[in-house]
Design a protein around this ligand. Structure first.
Ligand code: NOJ
Length: 698
């Protein structure tokens, strides 16, 4: 059907069409139903007979038109695709993208024009909203598209009414949005009905074997979405008494606008991953599959790897970012780290505090940062030459203090300087309370911008593209959440966006509790890699901060290299602490950061998780298993290994009497021969972990 029909007849034709429209996943396990009832569009998701989401509203309210009501389906189109693509780096080598698509075009009468527009005969003008659904076996994505409205080149989104209505008030793991500290909070576990407004990914357990993650993919030119609990689920959800409605909540600009969208516009994909186990959420590539293919032609310069750095020593207070007698980023100290990295096979050395800007109240005055001006005691020219002689790269650091204009003025030159010096990666930082991102320079009076509003999303994209043009990889701290952009821009390697290891060094709340890393894999990490910075061997650092500590056993620090994926993975502790324990350090030196396969062996959110990953370059498998404050013995079948092959398992485990609180350094390293038929019992101490390398013996 085309628009060459009157609105009234469009409605009439639609009334005769299938209502609801359905589209199923390739295997038929998931079904999406879309309907328009009294002009209001909605969707629902079912898995077999079970409701996953019950009738949930769709639509956008633009300043120019209300696209939530008075709508009719005027056209539909179906498509199906089954392709594979190769990750430049990642948790899976080859990814299959297999889905069925349904495009639904909705139209409303235009509110802007007279109903008889000149030049169009007697046809009333209509405004079109397309909702495109892609249904995979592991979940559903849908997005809004608007191609044109009355010859305008832009529209203003004033609300997105998208709902996710959950039957039976499921258990939810969530952190609250619109807080000062961005995404850096411990996770709440409550019923969904207790959610106020939550960041995504939001993880839900709806039944013994029904787990969901609601998130978004390809967040570009739009505002980040949180999920706000609706006071009452919409009337159409009346078929479930315990239903909880969550509604899209877009982070506003400082002036209250939500999204300033150029036409044609496409929203990010709204995603619902569906799995019968919590581990299935980790194995699902849905977020990546809903992003555009790689746009960087020559990816030879994009290299995952491991790094050490002048970093933890500042967090401990051993040295400072600013200049003076305790300055960490001196030429001599950087050489020490470069030598250490070269000796132990690390590809990078991060240096924080190398540049001008740290000496005042940098937290409040990001405008002082100079991204091409080293401190006087940091010999940039000499150190970049020294690094390249040693076969190691310096990793740059651009802390912006969230003074965005100041950074944007300098970043092209700064990345060019990195390219000239062989600095292949830069860690960026955007420390500031929310919503206090400074725009324009000098303005720091709240309300500023949110780290996840459209202003910052567009800034982050400009940085990715500017860095890519100079062959620089990125590790972003205080970022916007990951939404799979790394597929399109594979120089966007890793990011923070959660409470990382650093909280153990200085936070006043006791640091990250033992269960933190048994929750992250099922929540934050579903969005993408995290620069958590594992590998602390001196868990107490009494010399520097006697009131703080890392709340794990040492073996658990090793297991985190497998459990928490990052293509740039830090060995975060001081070199002297690694040199004291070369046997355990061997695991950190060996473990890869680029994988051909990822399998979740078992896991219970907040209790324990065991992940096995296959090295991209060899046939070695690695396994990491971590627990919360409870000790456990986990029966672990090694069925992920190749059948018929023998492997040497090098096991780094908690000793029998290890305990994170009282005996954290007690670990045992042992070898045994195993195969795919072996049923290994992984014994984890309270707050403990285990790391294993499996090497084929043939
Ligand atoms: C916060 C980051 O998370 C941390 O890694 C960095 O050292 C400081 N900001 C200073 O930039």
């Amino acid at each position: 059907m085309t628009l060459l029909a009157s609105f009234a007849s469009l409605v009439a034709v639609h009334a005769a069409a299938a209502n609801p429209l359905t589209v199923t996943s390739p295997s038929g396990n998931l079904r999406v139903e879309i309907e328009v009832s009294d002009g209001v569009p909605s969707y629902a998701i079912r898995r077999g007979d079970e409701p996953v989401l019950i009738r949930s509203r769709l639509g956008l309210i633009l300043r120019e038109a209300d696209l939530t009501r008075g709508l009719a389906i005027v056209d539909t189109a179906r498509a199906a695709r089954d392709t594979t693509w190769t990750q430049v780096w990642g948790e899976f080598g080859v990814v299959r993208s297999h889905y069925r698509e349904l495009r639904v075009d909705l139209a409303t009468e235009s509110e802007e024009r007279p109903s008889r527009a000149p030049g169009r005969g007697s046809l009333p003008p209509v405004t079109r909203l397309t909702v495109r659904f892609r249904v995979f076996d592991d979940g559903v994505g849908f997005r809004y598209e608007i191609s044109a409205i009355d010859g305008r080149d832009s529209v203003l989104v004033q609300d997105e009414v998208t709902e996710f209505v959950l039957p039976n008030d499921p258990a939810a793991w969530w952190i609250e949005s619109y807080q000062n500290n961005r995404y850096e909070y411990l996770t709440n576990k409550t019923r969904a009905s207790s959610i106020t407004v939550a960041h995504t990914p939001l993880t839900l357990q709806c039944g013994d074997n029904l787990f969901l993650s609601i998130h978004e993919a390809a967040l570009t030119n739009y505002a980040g979405m949180s999920l706000r609990r609706a006071a009452e689920p919409n009337e159409s959800a009346g078929d479930s008494r315990n239903a909880v409605g969550l509604k899209a909540d877009l982070a506003p600009w400082s002036n209250g606008d939500l999204v300033r969208a150029a036409l044609p516009m496409r929203s990010p994909w709204r995603t619902v991953q569906v799995s019968d186990t919590p581990g299935g959420l980790i194995e699902s590539p849905l977020i990546l599959n809903l992003n555009e293919p790689n746009r960087i032609n020559d990816v030879s310069w994009i290299e995952p790897g491991k790094y050490v750095g002048i970093w933890w020593e500042m967090h401990l207070g051993k040295s400072t970012w600013g200049s003076g007698t305790k300055h960490g980023a001196t030429t001599a100290n950087t050489k020490r780290y470069l030598d250490f990295a070269a000796r132990h096979g690390f590809s990078g050395v991060l240096v924080e505090g190398w540049n001008v800007g740290w000496d005042g109240d940098w937290f409040r005055n990001g405008n002082a940062f100079r991204f091409s001006e080293p401190h006087r005691d940091f010999d940039w020219e000499m150190l970049t030459r020294y690094a390249s002689r040693k076969g190691v790269r310096l990793i740059g650091h651009h802390e912006t203090g969230a003074a965005i204009e100041n950074y944007e003025e300098q970043m092209a030159d700064a990345f060019a300087m990195c390219e000239r010096g062989g600095v292949c990666a830069v860690k960026t930082g955007y420390v500031s309370n929310d919503p206090d991102v400074q725009q324009p320079a000098g303005k720091s009076v709240p309300p500023g911008e949110w780290h996840y509003g459209q202003f910052m999303i567009e800034h982050f994209r400009r940085v990715i593209e500017t860095a890519a043009a100079r062959h620089v990889m990125l590790d972003v701290h205080e970022p916007v959440k990951a939404t799979g952009i790394r597929r399109t821009w594979p120089n966007m390697m890793t990011r923070e966006g959660a409470r990382g290891q650093e909280y153990n060094a200085w936070s006043g709340d006791g640091g990250n509790p033992p269960d933190h890393t048994t929750i992250l894999p099922f929540t934050r990490l579903l969005a993408g890699p995290m620069d958590f910075t594992p590998g602390i061997f001196d868990l107490h650092f009494d010399e520097y901060r006697p009131r703080n500590r890392v709340n794990t056993t040492l073996a658990k620090q090793l297991a985190l290299y497998v459990v928490i994926y990052s293509p740039l993975q830090m060995a975060a502790d001081l070199p002297e602490n690694y040199e004291k324990r070369p046997d355990a350090f061997a695991f950190i030196k060996d473990v890869p950061t680029d994988w051909r396969a990822t399998k979740v062996v078992h896991g219970a959110i907040g209790d324990f998780v065991t992940i096995a990953r296959l090295d991209r370059q060899t046939d070695d498998w690695y396994l990491g298993s971590v627990t919360d404050e409870e000790g456990r013995a986990l029966a672990t079948p090694l069925t992920f290994l190749d059948a018929g092959r023998k492997y040497r398992a090098t096991i780094y485990r908690d000793a029998a009497d290890a305990d994170w609180m009282t005996n954290a350094y007690a670990y045992v390293i042992e070898e045994r021969e195993v195969d795919a038929d072996t049923n290994l019992t992984i014994v984890l101490a309270p707050g403990g972990g285990q790391a294993i390398r499996f090497t084929p013996l043939d």
